[in-house]
Design a protein around this ligand. Structure first.
Ligand code: GDP
Length: 196
């Protein structure tokens, strides 16, 4: 997809603040520091569009972007910092569940995993939850540049087996080399514009 525009729309704490948009929406989820901001920025070719917060537990907002005036990207807060208090974890859960459950124009969830790590318990829980609600999901295995091609193939198979998802739904990606960008865009376009 050729990117002609990518704009930040707003940050929201709860559903009352979500933009009332008819555009098809793609949500990005993953544990903190997995590379979510880097992925979003690479997909749209804008370095600073999605910003990282280095303070665990601080980024508790749902951020909305509009791409090419044709679809929306939603950056959901990262999870998984062990040090975050339970009250904050519950807040995360409520915010993410609230978004994922109630958003009628949601077409695809892009779940980001580190290709070098086995999915965490929290990853597993979220995937199970998405599955139970039949929300279309693709899995991006990021930081693929850290592995040789052979190890990428092995990790893809192992993570696929762990998650019980078909090989085709696991997309290796590197924000460093941009490899995998076209495949991810293809998945997004298929989900957002099925007739195209
Ligand atoms: P976020 O917290 O999930 O938004 O993660 P960031 O996008 O801020 O990335 C966390 C760290 O991982 C940063 O130091 C990035 O430079 C690094 N990173 C992200 N994606 C990649 C990648 O594909 N390859 C490599 N080598 N590093 C990456």
């Amino acid at each position: 997809m050729k990117i002609t525009s990518a704009e930040f729309v707003k940050s929201a704490v709860d559903s009352s603040q979500y933009p009332d948009s008819p555009l098809p929406e793609v949500a990005f989820v993953g544990r903190s520091n997995v590379g979510k901001s880097s992925l979003i920025n690479a997909l749209v070719g804008r370095k600073g569009l999605a910003k990282t917060s280095n303070t665990p537990g601080r980024t508790r907002l749902v951020n909305f972007f509009v791409i090419n005036k044709a679809l929306s990207f939603v950056d959901l807060p990262g999870y998984g910092y062990a040090k975050v208090p339970l009250s904050v974890k519950k807040g995360w859960q409520a915010m993410v569940d609230g978004y994922l459950e109630g958003r009628h124009n949601l077409r695809l969830v892009v779940m980001i995993l580190d290709i070098r790590r086995e999915p965490s318990e929290h990853d597993d829980m979220l995937i199970e939850w998405l599955r139970s609600r039949r929300i279309a999901t693709v899995f991006v295995l990021t930081k693929a540049d850290k592995f040789s091609r052979g190890r990428v193939t092995v990790a893809r198979r192992q993570i696929g087996e762990h998650l019980g998802v078909p090989h085709d739904d696991l997309l290796p990606f590197s924000a460093k080399t941009r490899s995998g960008t076209n495949e991810i865009w293809r998945a997004i376009e298929t989900a957002c514009f099925p007739a195209a």
